[in-house]
Design a protein around this ligand. Structure first.
Ligand code: PLP
Length: 232
């Protein structure tokens, strides 16, 4: 194991945990969120170091990269793999084979594709409804007013287990009103689906705001792993 890289990751991870602790204290919140470390574009050796440092949740966003990366891990069964990227319907079968949680479910067609793909799994796959918080139609997600209807469709699908909502803050504007909207959508959905308690929100730059608005899962990449290598 690369000692220098281990040292880097350990101190960055510690700094992020400290930010989370400060954010929790500032809003009198006790229950900490789950930290998902986003390892997209970084090698499996980093995942091994992170696991050694106690990380048990990783986030990936590209099917082929994620599939190959997690296939090689000998602690695979002790790690939760969160697929946080957009899922093309023709990739549903592949993603369902290794993902424990799929965060970006945003359309009925994808619900049926995932259901077909997950049919052979022993357990249903955990999914979140991705809510679009952009003022203009953005980078995936269902508009807030239609999120509850999509959640109902997921809840009626035996192969999928509705766990809650997910969103990315709007690009270049204040995350606060956006995360407030997300919290409202989450409340509306969990009123009908008591299992759907998760709110996946907050990234490297806005995790404090997400903590304040009730995020149960943070997805943090850059603040832990450093700037991402260029996409190949
Ligand atoms: C890449 C990515 C993240 C992590 O973003 P950072 O700014 O590196 O923390 C979180 N969520 C999604 C959906 C992503 O694609």
């Amino acid at each position: 194991m690369d000692a220098q890289r281990r040292g880097q990751l350990a101190s960055a991870l510690e700094a992020v945990h400290a930010r989370i602790a400060t954010a929790l204290a500032s809003c009198d919140r006790v229950e900490p969120p789950t930290l998902i470390v986003v390892t997209k574009y970084f090698p499996g050796t980093d995942v091994e170091i992170l696991y050694d440092l106690g990380v048990r949740d990783i986030g990936e966003s590209r099917d082929q990269e994620a599939r190959l990366k997690v296939a090689d891990l000998d602690f695979r069964d002790d790690l939760r793999v969160h697929f946080i990227g957009q899922v093309q319907t023709n990739k549903a079968a592949s993603v369902v084979r290794y993902a424990d949680v799929i965060h970006a479910v945003d359309r009925p067609k994808l619900v049926s594709a995932l259901a077909r793909a997950a049919h052979s799994r022993p357990q249903p796959v955990d999914v979140l409804v991705q809510v679009d918080l952009e003022t203009r139609p953005g980078r995936g997600g269902v508009v807030p007013d239609h999120a509850a209807r999509l959640a109902d469709a997921i809840a009626e699908t035996a192969e999928l287990r509705l766990r809650g909502v997910m969103a990315v803050a709007p690009l270049g504007s204040d995350p606060e009103p956006a995360f407030a909207t997300l919290a409202e959508v989450a409340t509306r959905i969990s009123a009908h689906h008591p299992e759907a308690t998760w709110i996946s929100a907050g990234m490297s730059t806005d995790l404090e705001v997400a903590v304040r608005y009730g995020a149960t899962h943070l997805r943090v990449g850059g603040a832990i792993l450093g700037s991402r290598p260029p996409r190949r």
